[in-house]
Design a protein around this ligand. Structure first.
Ligand code: HDE
Length: 755
């Protein structure tokens, strides 16, 4: 059976109960827990773990699975114990001097339980606090072997990985779909030790030097007085910073483009951002930029969808990732590299490779695929894995080295430093999710949360008391040896090179590479964000920056703000557009996409069944939407309802189909609510269906209806002859045409106005 079916059939089961609360507490008699839920009196087998979940790696720092580590994997024991392993007979009542008497200080179980609870929270990440992660495998094509000796990039090598996606600005509980950059951090547990590729979904960064990082983050985070707005860049301090530091122009433009509101973590590119240096077996070096290319294409939400999701489903991306993996629709990316000769000036075609605000267009340096990433297991415990994972750009393996990008240099310091506060000490590499799969034999000792029981007496070298161990490796047995790169001679200065001073030609290339609809979205985003600023000076300065990118962009945003458009203060660079930057104009696989099928009692259930089967057959997920939960029809042919008119919202679906209506006089999309509305929409169509269809239409989604279902489209004001609207006699045939439309991601022709 198709694994996607499981996801489609998932329905929330209401907890059954008789509606009565627990009996009133009677002195001397403990109140029953719940009259309806019987507690088992004997231990029973726990539920097996879900097949798509896995525990974190439990190897000890010396590479051996320990009993203690196994026990920590799950609540697998039959009896409740305290932290010391002592069995407990009651965990619901404090020890008291009589049932109505005072609680006794000697109640160790109470104190231990509450003490631990009091310390359950750890500081969230100062940036990238909100995230979601998954386990997977990276399979190397071997195509990078000529430029790097990294063992995990040899032909056919499979390496376990853990990938965490994130937003940057928001707190841990903030919404997923805010306009922001997304983190894309990958931990490769290679045989030679851990390699972390800590990237973003945008190839450039706001600043060129790490010393400004606290400043840009202070500017982007909520205002320090009222702590608003949460997870937003639409406020004065952010725009103040990015217009005063014009090196931020390129990244800001990416953020204001559709890249700032991805449809799914599964549909994002990833970038290492900095230029790295690969080292081959023969010692030769190559400069590279890393790219992740998603199999499903690079897709985005439209702004209104992103805003709706913030309220309707703040966990939109987190849920999407976990559901897809659970359904067996494993997200995939290809890792690729752009390669550049390692010349002394570290420039390529006039582009400074050490400036992280630059891209090198793919047309100038094609991305060469070197391996495939598949995410195939959800974490079993969010805190243990997703929260405690600690990435670091300095976690490198032989064959991969750094460059002198000043942004990278600061990161090399920061990622170690931050874990000491966040994970409570220097031993975070011993937390199961962070443990290397290669044997560890360091000479670090002691410290908070030391997990290892180190043996021996001589944690120093050389020594003569522990057999001289550990020994040092050399180049021929896998030691990490820094590339002996020549450092340019010079005087100590706090300065940037002259090549870092062009802040507008790369943004101009990005703007000119966008399709008309993408440009429209960018104009909409700037108009929204600057419209949320209060300070006139900030808006005017932002318009000046836009004028230096493109006069048309500036004029359109200025019009929206009701301000005059200034003239450019720099000459426009003569740049070629890079078609690879646009998200529009290609056809992508539709696997894992969600199709809503709106129906009701008496609707064309045969058609609904046929559409469901066809959706599953195309490796997509059908979600049947009906007035109430439960099933439609009876017997073996009954159709399970996954979403009701109350729980469904258009943002969840990539396309919506309306099933054939019942025989004349029926009430397919009507409801009591609709009839009760004196000014309700025509044809008795439920207002929630009207809303669903109108939104799907506005958001450029493919819409289909068959055998009379089009009445609901008309009620929603969706023209049946509009682009991307399919009306047919037969469900499966209608779906086929809808699916073709879905390959383009959106019906782009529909975007004629700002969305
Ligand atoms: Fe980070 N960044 N960063 N960053 N970053 C962190 O490390 C920092 C930068 C990125 O899922 C922190 O463990 C500095 C660029 C990701 O756990 C911290 C500078 C890029 C994640 C930190 C940068 C990133 C972080 C916070 C300026 C893309 C989340 C918690 C030089 C290439 C990783 C932590 C995860 C997290 C510092 C700039 C990506 C404070 C100083 C450029 C994906 O160490």
């Amino acid at each position: 059976p198709n694994p996607l079916k499981r996801a489609a059939d998932k329905v929330t089961e209401a907890v059954q109960g008789d509606g009565k609360g627990p009996e009133d507490g009677i002195p001397g008699k403990p109140a029953p827990q719940s009259p309806t839920l019987a507690e088992p009196t004997e231990p029973i087998e726990p539920l097996p773990p879900k097949p798509d979940q896995s525990g974190p790696d439990t190897m000890s720092p010396t590479g051996q699975a320990t009993g203690a580590a196994r026990a920590r994997m799950a609540q697998s024991g039959a009896y409740l114990t305290d932290a010391q392993g002592v069995r407990r007979y009651d965990t619901d009542h404090s020890l008291k001097a009589g049932p109505r008497g005072p609680v006794l200080l000697q109640d160790h179980h109470l104190r231990e339980k509450v003490m631990h609870f009091d310390h359950e929270r750890i500081p969230e990440r100062v940036v990238h606090a909100r995230g979601a992660a998954a386990h997977g495998v990276f399979t190397s094509y071997g195509t990078a072997s000529s430029v790097t000796k990294a063992a995990f990039l040899a032909p056919g090598v499979e390496t376990p990985v853990f990938v965490r996606f994130s937003t940057v600005l928001g707190s841990r509980g903030s919404a997923d779909t805010v306009r922001d950059t997304r983190g894309f951090a990958t931990k490769f547990y290679t045989e030679e030790g851990v390699f972390d590729l800590v990237g973003n979904n945008m190839p450039v960064f706001f600043i060129q030097d790490a010393i400004k990082f606290p400043d840009i983050i202070h500017a982007g985070k909520p205002h320090p007085d009222r702590e608003i707005p949460q997870a937003q860049s639409a406020h004065d301090t952010f725009w103040d910073f990015v217009t005063l530091h014009t090196e931020a122009t390129h990244h800001t433009l990416w953020n204001m483009s559709d890249r700032g509101i991805p449809r799914s973590y599964r549909m994002m590119e990833g970038f290492g951002v900095h230029t790295f240096r690969l080292v081959a077996e023969d010692g030769s070096t190559t400069l590279v930029k890393f790219h992740w290319k998603p199999k499903l294409g690079v897709h985005s939400l439209v702004w209104e969808e992103a805003q709706l999701a913030g309220g309707v489903d703040p966990d939109f991306h987190r849920r999407d990732l976990a559901d897809a993996i659970e359904a067996g629709a494993y997200p995939e990316w290809e890792l690729g590299i752009q390669t550049f000769p390692d010349t002394p000036d570290q420039m390529f075609e006039g582009i400074d490779l050490l400036d992280a605000t630059n891209i090198v267009p793919e047309e100038l340096a094609p991305v060469q695929p070197i391996g495939r990433l598949t995410l195939n297991r959800n974490p079993s415990n969010f805190f243990a894995e997703t929260e405690q994972v600690a990435f670091h750009v300095g976690h490198l393996v032989p064959g991969i080295d750094i460059t002198d990008d000043p942004l990278l240099a600061g990161r090399l310091f920061s990622y170690l430093d931050t874990q000491i506060t966040r994970l409570g000490g220097p031993n975070f590499a011993q937390i199961p999710i962070n443990r290397p799969h290669a044997p560890v034999n360091d000479m670090h000792r002691d410290g908070f949360h030391q997990d290892a029981v180190h043996r021996g007496v001589a944690p120093y070298r050389p020594n003569s008391l522990d057999g001289g161990c550990p020994f040092l490796a050399g180049a021929d047995n896998g030691a990490y040896i820094e590339t002996p790169v020549r450092v340019p001679e010079g005087t100590k200065v706090r300065e940037a090179p002259e090549s870092f001073s062009d802040h507008f030609s790369q943004p101009r290339r990005f703007w000119l590479s966008m399709s008309a609809v993408e440009q429209e979205h960018i104009v909409g985003a700037y108009t929204f964000e600057l419209g949320k600023c209060y300070e006139q000076a900030v808006k005017e300065r932002a318009l000046q920056v836009l004028a230096n990118i493109d006069p048309g962009l500036c004029a359109r945003v200025a019009e929206g703000l009701g301000l005059p458009a200034p003239e450019a203060t720099v000459p426009f660079a003569d740049v070629e557009p890079s078609p690879a930057l646009s998200q529009v104009g290609q056809v992508w696989p539709t696997e894992g996409r969600l199709v809503g099928i709106v129906t009701a009692d008496g609707g064309d259930l045969d058609g609904v069944r046929a559409v469901r089967e066809a959706v599953l057959g195309a490796d997509m997920v059908p979600l049947v939407v009906a007035p109430t939960g439960g099933t439609l029809g009876t017997g073996d042919d009954a159709v399970t309802v996954q979403r009701t008119f109350v729980t469904a919202r258009s943002i969840e679906f990539d396309a919506v189909l309306v099933a054939g209506a019942p025989a004349a006089g029926g009430d397919a999309y009507g409801s009591r609510d609709a009839k009760a509305l004196p000014s309700g929409p025509p044809a008795g169509t439920d207002p929630r269906v009207v809303q669903l269809l109108a939104e799907a239409y506005r958001h450029g989604k493919a819409i289909g209806a068959w055998a009379g279902g089009e009445a609901a489209l008309e009620a929603a004001g969706v023209p049946v002859d509009a682009p991307g609207v399919v009306v047919g006699d037969d469900g499966a045939a209608t779906l086929e045409r809808v699916r073709e439309l879905m390959g383009a991601h959106r019906v782009w022709e529909r975007f004629t106005t700002t969305v």
